[in-house]
Design a protein around this ligand. Structure first.
Ligand code: FPP
Length: 255
């Protein structure tokens, strides 16, 4: 009999009751537009301020010992926003990579991009690939930038890649297991997010990490992303530390 994934999860549950810091924290950075509108500013100002928050949060995550941070920077659905906002966000991403890359590299941060790459602007694609390439061997915080990302699209791409292998006779249908699917996703090799934080009072996943979030803890707070800071992050980490993760099993206290 093979070792069932449930037994692995049970072992993880026992470990996690000891380890109170999440290895992987994913952020849905929501509320930039509302932050700006409340101040009579254009929505783009909210995104600009949101980038400042992101810089603070990356530094803080590295300081407290989080291993992986994933940020939802642009979803595959965000293309439907007004063109001016879309091009501002593209410019912001470009500036973020151009201006912060050397600092992130010096801080030993490894950058990884997830999301669809087909039909992306060549300039942005090259920039993102260069950032991944430059930081490939870094061993510090892993910063996963979800760009042009949609979880259903990611799952469809993974299913297509596996189907092609089956059709070519390189895999049998029964080889399409949980681990084969996980390995065909953009996040292959990364630990699943332990904690997903969404700001601005919204309580949805919005097509973010649907497969990977199977056992994630969720933390929703009312702060708008530009107002989120180190203290707010610490509060989320404390809240995570007080949770008991059971992965469908029983409380560790009953073992
Ligand atoms: C959601 O707020 C936020 C986004 C769609 C973009 C997130 C982008 C940043 C935080 C900027 C920095 C990051 C990079 C790498 C470009 P919203 O606009 O939906 O806010 P609202 O719900 O108040 O309208």
């Amino acid at each position: 009999m093979s070792v069932s994934p449930d037994r692995d999860l049970q072992a993880q549950a026992t470990d996690d009751t000891v380890a109170k810091l999440p290895r992987h924290v994913a952020f849905i950075m929501d509320g930039n537009g509302r932050w700006a509108t409340a101040r009579g500013l254009p929505r783009t100002e909210g995104h600009r301020q949101g980038l400042e928050t992101l810089r603070k949060i990356i530094r803080h995550a590295g300081k407290v010992g989080v291993e992986v941070v994933t940020i939802y920077s642009f979803s595959s659905e965000n293309w439907s926003r007004p063109e001016t906002e879309v091009s501002f966000l593209m410019g912001l991403l470009r500036r973020f990579v151009q201006r912060d890359l050397s600092e992130l590299h010096e801080a030993n941060v490894r950058i990884r991009i997830i999301g669809g790459r087909k039909d992306l602007d060549k300039g942005i694609l090259t920039l993102l690939q260069e950032a991944e390439e430059l930081t490939r061997d870094n061993s510090g915080l892993e910063l996963v930038v979800a760009f042009n990302y949609g979880s259903r699209d990611e799952i469809v791409r993974a299913a297509q890649a596996l189907s092609e292998k089956v059709a070519a006779g390189e895999m049998r249908p029964e080889d399409v297991t949980e681990s084969a699917i996980a390995g065909a996703l953009d996040t292959s090799g990364l630990p699943d997010p332990d904690l997903i934080i969404r700001t601005s009072g919204e309580m949805r996943l919005s097509n973010f990490l649907l497969w990977q979030a199977a056992y994630s803890e969720f933390y929703f707070c009312d702060q708008l992303w530009p107002d989120f800071d180190e203290a707010a992050f610490d509060q989320a980490l404390d809240c995570f530390g007080a949770r008991e993760r059971r992965y469908g099993g029983l409380s560790a206290k009953t073992f």
